[in-house]
Design a protein around this ligand. Structure first.
Ligand code: 0L1
Ligand code: MG
Length: 231
C-alpha cells in the first residue's frame, strides 16, 4: 500500500491547529506500518519547523506496562518536544486542547550530544545534567483517544504540552530504578510506581530513544529535554 505521508501529516496538523478530534488514519486506510507512521511523523515535524517552531527535545511514550495496557498497545513509541509545547507556568490552557490527559514523567536534561546504536544507560546518565519530575499533557488528535500504535506514532505520540518540574537531582545522585513517583489528584493518591516501571530503567529507555534516532541519522542534542515516559 502506498501512503501519502505529507497528506496525513497535514491532516493531523490541521486537527492540532483547529483543536478538533478526527478519525484515526487506520480507520480510513486500514492497518499501516510503524515505518510509515514514523514517516508521517517526520513530515509533521517538518511542517512545524517550516512554520517557525523549534525542537527542544524528544520523548518516549508507552514505556510502562501500565500505560501499554491502558492504551491497548504493546510497544514503546518515540516523538518530539517543540518549544511551543513547553509550559512556563503551572496553568494548563484547557481551551487550547481537545481532550487532554496528564501523565507524571521522568524528565532528563541532556548536557551532551548522544548518538549511535551502542549508547547505554550509563552513557545516558553521564550525558544527563539533571533528572526532574514533570507533567506531560497528552492530547490525542483522534476521536475518543482511540488509535492503533502506528496511528499514535504518526500523531507525534499524542504530545501536546509539558511542564518540567524544578528541584531536579543529579542523574547519579539516586538510583532511578528505585526513585518513586506518586501521582495525586486533588490530594488523593491515584497511582504509585518506581522508575523501574519504565521498562526496567528510565535511563535505558532514553538509550532506546537514541538507538531509534540513530536509525535515521539523528541524535539527542545537548540542551534538549527528554521525557522518559509515564511510570
Ligand atoms: O507519552 C505517552 O506515554 C503517550 C504515548 C501515546 C499513548 C497515549 O496517548 O496515551
Ligand atoms: Mg508521556
Amino acid at each position: 500500500m502506498s501512503i501519502d505521508h505529507r497528506h496525513w501529516a497535514e491532516y493531523l496538523l490541521d486537527a492540532y491547529d483547529r483543536r478538533v478530534e478526527v478519525q484515526s488514519i487506520a480507520s480510513q486506510i486500514g492497518d499501516f506500518s510503524v515505518d510509515d507512521a514514523y514517516l508521517i511523523q517526520d513530515e509533521l515535524v517538518s511542517l512545524r519547523l517550516t512554520r517557525g517552531e523549534k525542537l527542544v527535545g524528544a520523548k518516549l511514550g508507552l514505556t510502562s506496562v501500565a500505560k501499554q495496557q491502558q492504551m491497548g498497545v504493546s510497544a514503546p513509541c518515540y516523538g518530539w518536544v517543540f518549544d511551543t509545547s513547553v509550559l512556563t507556568t503551572d496553568d494548563v490552557p484547557l481551551t487550547e486542547l481537545i481532550h487532554p490527559r496528564i501523565e507524571p514523567e521522568f524528565v532528563f536534561s541532556i548536557g551532551q550530544d548522544l548518538s549511535g546504536s551502542a549508547v547505554t544507560a550509563h552513557d545516558v546518565l553521564d550525558a544527563t545534567t539533571q533528572v526532574m519530575g514533570g507533567i506531560e499533557v497528552i492530547d490525542s488528535r483522534y476521536e475518543a483517544f482511540k488509535f492503533t500504535l502506528p496511528d499514535v506514532i504518526a500523531d507525534n505520540t499524542s504530545a501536546s504540552m509539558v511542564r518540567v518540574g524544578t528541584g531536579g537531582i543529579g542523574a547519579r545522585d539516586t538510583d532511578l530504578t528505585t526513585a518513586g513517583c506518586t501521582f495525586e489528584v486533588d490530594d488523593q493518591v491515584t497511582g504509585t510506581a518506581t522508575g523501574a516501571a519504565l521498562l526496567g530503567d528510565p535511563a535505558a529507555c532514553v538509550a532506546m530513544l537514541v538507538h531509534h534516532l540513530h536509525k535515521s541519522g539523528r541524535k539527542l542534542e545537548a540542551g534538549w529535554t527528554v521525557l522518559g515516559g509515564a511510570a
